[in-house]
Write a protein that binds this ligand. Structure first.
Ligand SMILES: [Cu+2]
Length: 72
């Protein structure tokens, strides 16, 4: 499996629960290897298997958690 890494900007993270929730929901998604969200930088870094999940689906997952992700 060759993984890829993508970084999203999520400006509406506002407290320490936000990155935790985003990480947990992403890691529940099939194809996500590692998700790291930072409240300080408002960045979410996701390592994923491009054969299983797409960047658009990752954005949808973050949206389902209640946040808006933009590609940077
Ligand atoms: Cu929060």
């Amino acid at each position: 499996m060759t993984t890829q890494t993508i970084t999203f900007k999520v400006d509406d993270m506002h407290c320490p629960s936000c990155p935790r929730l985003i990480q947990l929901d992403l890691q529940d998604r099939q194809g996500v290897v590692v998700a790291n969200a930072s409240l300080d930088t408002k960045l979410v870094v996701v390592e994923y298997d491009p054969d299983t999940v797409s960047p658009v689906e990752l954005i949808s997952t973050i949206k389902e958690s209640g946040y808006t992700a933009t590609t940077i």
